[in-house]
Structure formats: structure tokens, C-alpha cells
Design a protein around this ligand. Structure first.
Ligand SMILES: Nc1ncnc2c1ncn2[C@@H]1O[C@H](COP(=O)(O)OP(=O)(O)OP(=O)(O)O)[C@@H](O)[C@H]1O
Length: 232
């Protein structure tokens, strides 16, 4: 459903990507991994239209999306949970969710009610401003907001970064539940163990290039890949 091939580009004169590839099939969970600064977020920015690649191709749901504006790509069905959450401090939980809710390409499978079932803590805090939520709750809100756009593909960039271990576990359990609904997902994270539980396929980035790809069991056994490209 999404295929990005040989992406090149970066920020102005600074080239960051030198041949990044990612492919996601319908209903598949794909993990994009690599050390800090290897170009994971930059790749995501190209998939969502925030950055336009200098070279390479991205097709989504049968059409090229290179050069398509960000809001149109969102409408086509790519939902993003950005790095750093980026919730609006002075909007309440309820406001975030009702503003985001729309029937996407995949129909209205995700409703506010269903998101609150997934994250009961948000239900208890509906009238609170986002700035008063804990980091974990803000992350839940960012995920809930993205789900409510009813995307065909959900992209999560470092969804568990900077969270306490217990909250992290809670978020991973919710992501597992979301993955089981058959939604296509790209997840960027450093927690290899947790990724191995939910991802079907892995793409490893090093210095802006995809250097390895394989399914979850191949990845779990590729100790040399872990050592060389992930430092674990
Ligand atoms: N807005 C920007 N302007 C210029 N350079 C940038 C910008 N954002 C990122 N970079 C640079 O691009 C390179 C890749 O960054 P990117 O955020 O894509 O890496 P990453 O793999 O997501 O890393 P991390 O795990 O640390 O988030 C880094 O060298 C970074 O400094």
C-alpha cells in the first residue's frame, strides 16, 4: 500500500538521505530502525509530505505522492503521531479528539468512544487541558487523535521516547491492540524487544540508506545487524 524507493534529500543543502527504502503492505506493521541521526524522522517527513525528496519515488494506495501537499496526504489516509507528541497545550482532551474525528478512507471505524475504550485514562481527563497531562497521557492523546482521522496507514515516530517504563508498557500494549485490528503501521522506535512483538517486517537505516530488510524472525536472529547498525 505504501512504497518508498531510493529516497534522497534532506534540509536545504544538507543531504541526509542517500537511498532510503520502506515498503508496507496492507495490514502490515513495519519497524524503521537505526541509530540516532541516521534519517528515520527525515524519511517519515518525506512520507507525510513535510519534506519533498530530491530524488526517489513514493507511492501510496496506487498513486505517486511526491510533491503532494501534507494536508492532502493526510486526507489520502496517512495518519502521523509525530516525534515529541505535539499536542496543543491549551486545548482539552475532548477538543483534540472531536477536532480530529473524521471518516477517513477506511470508513469511521475509530470513533471517540472507541479511542476512549483503548485509553480509559483519556476518558477520565476529557475536560483537562493537554498541558496538564503527563507525558504518557499526552502520547495517548496524540495516538488517539491520529486514529480518529481513520487513516489507512498510521505512522508513529518515537511513540515511547522519554516515558517511564510502566507507561511505556501500557503504550506498547495499546499499539499491539491497534496492530491487531489490521491497520497498516510504520513504527520508529529504539525498543527492539517491543518492536519484535508487533512488527512483521524491519527496515534498518544507516547514514540515510536502507542497509537491511527482512521479516521479524530474520531480524530477531540477525545479531550482526544489531551489532553493526543498532549498537545492541
Ligand atoms: N530541520 C533540520 N535541519 C537540518 N538538519 C536536520 C534537521 N532535522 C534533522 N536534521 C539532521 O538530519 C540528520 C538525520 O536526522 P533524523 O532526525 O532524520 O534522524 P533519526 O534517525 O530520526 O534520529 P533520532 O533517532 O535521533 O531521532 C541528523 O544529522 C540531523 O541533525
Amino acid at each position: 500500500m505504501l512504497s518508498a524507493c531510493k529516497l534522497q534529500g534532506g534540509y536545504g543543502a544538507v543531504q541526509v538521505l542517500f537511498g532510503a527504502d520502506v515498503q508496507v503492505d496492507e495490514g502490515q506493521v513495519v519497524a524503521l530502525v537505526g541509530r540516532n541521526g541516521m534519517g528515520k524522522t527525515t524519511t517519515i517527513r518525506m512520507l507525510t509530505g513535510e519534506l519533498v525528496p530530491r530524488d526517489g519515488e513514493i507511492s501510496f494506495a496506487g498513486q505517486s505522492i511526491v510533491g503532494v501537499p501534507e494536508f492532502r496526504i493526510a486526507r489520502l489516509g496517512i495518519g502521523l503521531v509525530p516525534e515529541g507528541r505535539q499536542v496543543f497545550p491549551n486545548l482539552t482532551v475532548e477538543e483534540h479528539l472531536t477536532v480530529a474525528a473524521r471518516a477517513g478512507e477506511g470508513g469511521r471505524a475509530w470513533t471517540v468512544e472507541r479511542v476512549l475504550d483503548l485509553f480509559p485514562r483519556l476518558g477520565e481527563r476529557q475536560k483537562q487541558f493537554a498541558k496538564t497531562l503527563s507525558g504518557g497521557e499526552q502520547q495517548m492523546l496524540a495516538i488517539g487523535r491520529a486514529l480518529l482521522t481513520n487513516p489507512r496507514l498510521l505512522i508513529l515516530d518515537e511513540a515511547t521516547e522519554g516515558l517511564a517504563p510502566l507507561v511505556r508498557r501500557e503504550i506498547w500494549m495499546c499499539l499491539e491492540a491497534v496492530a491487531k485490528t489490521g491497520l497498516s503501521v510504520i513504527v520508529v522506535d529504539k525498543n527492539i524487544k517491543a518492536l519484535c512483538r508487533i512488527a512483521h517486517r524491519f527496515f534498518v537505516l544507516s547514514k540515510g540508506k536502507t542497509v537491511w530488510t527482512g521479516n521479524a524472525s530474520e531480524f530477531a536472529e540477525a545479531a550482526d545487524v544489531h551489532r553493526q547498525y543498532l549498537g545492541v
